[in-house]
Design a protein around this ligand. Structure first.
Ligand SMILES: C[S@@+](CC[C@H](N)C(=O)[O-])C[C@H]1O[C@@H](n2cnc3c(N)ncnc32)[C@H](O)[C@@H]1O
Length: 283
């Protein structure tokens, strides 16, 4: 535990209460081996509120009806925003070269909707937008891209649209020059592509928050379920199944599996990628 958190009182049982509450409200699960890490990450927030005990902070989060803003601080403190352009690109390739053209051909008048459900600082939806642009799809089809995250800090950075060196480590050569302009120590995304994305805040385990986004043809929810408990994944995926359009396609990260966790989607290999396809109800 850090020296800062050593000055705070952690009554017996408090860390288990906090662990459970964080899991219930954010989906994130810090197992017993990571409880110290959780407590450490929360310590600056406990101090900022002027508390000397974690238990007081727990009561604030659990029972104070005015703690909505504080939950935003918790999300910002706990979220891991590691992401980069062209990450796990096989799935984006399948979207751009197979699934989206197929869907558009079936119903050319419809607007295709793509949701990046835990977009962090925006590299995932911007990768999708660049790939669609490279394929000339914005001229041929009506496409809407929405992107959300539970962390307000992440969304602020995504809206800013300026990226540092690390974000480009997987981007094919030439694309940085085509889509970004140097600005200070970073690179600013071209406004015509950045402006394609509608950004918002949404917690994946709050159904009413995701409902406006999840009525989509394609949901990208990648590299967030690795931090969730199985119950939280089930809950989020059940909501996806409820709102996603038909046919509907759900992409999760390569390290994530929904096999034992959903009956709403079937795992299918399409092109180079694995995709969860909404299971049609047999009437
Ligand atoms: C590692 S990033 C994944 C970024 C991107 N999808 C990718 O694959 O590169 C994980 C993101 O999940 C977000 N997150 C964690 N819990 C969440 C929740 N309950 N609802 C929405 N987003 C959440 C975090 O804020 C973080 O930005």
């Amino acid at each position: 535990m850090s020296s800062r958190s050593q000055n705070l009182v952690l009554p017996e049982g408090a860390s288990a209460l906090i662990q459970t509450l964080i899991n219930e409200r954010t989906g994130m699960f810090f197992d017993n081996g990571k409880r110290d890490l959780l407590i450490d990450k929360l310590s600056p927030l406990v101090i900022e509120r002027g508390f000397t005990s974690y238990l007081d902070y727990y009561y604030l989060l659990k029972y104070d009806t005015a703690s909505r803003l504080e939950w935003q601080n918790v999300m910002n403190a706990l979220s891991v925003q590691e992401t980069y352009f062209w990450r796990e690109f096989d799935q984006v390739r399948t979207l751009v070269h197979t699934l989206l053209p197929q869907l558009h051909a079936q119903n050319p008048g419809a607007t295709v909707r793509i949701w990046s459900a835990a977009c962090a600082t925006g590299e995932e939806p911007l990768t999708i937008a660049m790939a669609l642009n490279e394929a000339g799809l914005f001229e041929r089809a009506s496409i809407e891209i929405v992107a959300s995250d539970a962390s307000s800090k992440a969304i602020e950075r995504a809206q800013e649209g300026v990226y540092r060196e690390r974000a480009f480590r997987n981007l094919p050569s030439g694309l940085r020059e085509r889509y970004f302009a140097k600005e200070g120590s970073g690179w600013r995304m071209r406004p015509d592509i950045h402006g394609r994305i509608k950004w918002g805040l949404a917690n994946l385990i709050e159904e009413e928050q995701i409902a406006p986004y999840a009525a989509a043809d394609f949901i990208f929810c990648r590299n967030v379920f690795i931090y969730f408990s199985e119950n939280a994944i089930r809950r989020a995926v059940r909501s996806f199944g409820k709102f996603i359009r038909s046919p509907g396609y759900l992409f999760v990260g390569a390290a994530e599996s929904l096999i034992r966790l959903t009956t709403d989607f079937n795992l299918t290999e399409i092109g180079d990628a694995f995709v969860y396809v909404k299971r049609e109800k047999v009437i």
